[in-house]
Design a protein around this ligand. Structure first.
Ligand code: PRP
Length: 187
């Protein structure tokens, strides 16, 4: 345990968003979503998490939602190391027909916008009643494709971040904070 804490001290350059700030923003986002979807009580909101980065954010967000919710998942991958390859691969689709349903996509980060600019039109073609996007983080300085984010947690600078779902080569997703690694970690 102490070894892990020591390791974190060595690799984390800066904690960008701590647990208190995350939870406060989650409360605010959930309040907004609860308000916006208050009229769909008789139906279900289909919350679609984009694997794998969204998992921690999604699980904390849905626990705050006060309406019938169904969880589903999609998987899209475009990164190797710290750089987006630009080619978005859909590696898992949702397991249901969303025609006529209200759908909320949940992402950890919108960076170049490549992933969402591929996924959103694809899902729109299936004629959902509504399709909105909630992203914990937004890095607008990196945008290549325009993406409309309906619910945004935090706008951040162009720093490579890990934790709270975000990884570096598969590591550090489970950290309870959003952090910037020290530059030497990318060697
Ligand atoms: C990350 C992140 C988003 C996407 C955002 O996914 O989770 O889905 O990149 O980047 P973009 O706006 O430039 O497309 P990644 O492909 O790394 O998969 P992961 O969620 O499994 O980490």
């Amino acid at each position: 345990m102490q070894q892990w804490q020591e390791h974190l001290k060595q690799i984390i350059g800066e904690v960008l968003i701590d647990e208190a700030a995350l939870h406060k923003r989650l409360d605010e986002l959930a309040e907004q979503i609860n308000h916006d979807y208050q009229d769909i009580q008789a139906e279900r909101l289909v919350v679609v998490g984009i694997l794998r980065g969204s998992v921690l954010f999604m699980s904390d967000l849905v626990r705050r939602l006060q309406m019938p919710v169904e969880l589903d998942f999609m998987s899209a991958s475009s990164y190797g190391g710290t750089e987006s390859t630009g080619t978005v691969r859909i590696t898992k689709d949702i397991g249901q027909d969303i025609r006529g349903k209200h759908v909320l996509l949940v992402e950890d980060i919108i960076d170049t916008g490549n992933t969402m600019s591929r996924l959103i039109p694809m899902l729109q073609k299936r004629n959902p009643a509504s399709l909105k996007l909630c992203s914990l983080l937004n890095k607008p300085s990196r945008r290549l494709c325009e993406v409309n984010i309906d619910y945004q947690g935090f706008e951040i600078e162009d720093k490579f971040v890990v934790g709270y779902g975000l990884d570096y080569n598969g590591n550090y997703r489970h950290l309870p904070v959003v952090a910037v690694l020290k530059p030497e970690c990318y060697a």
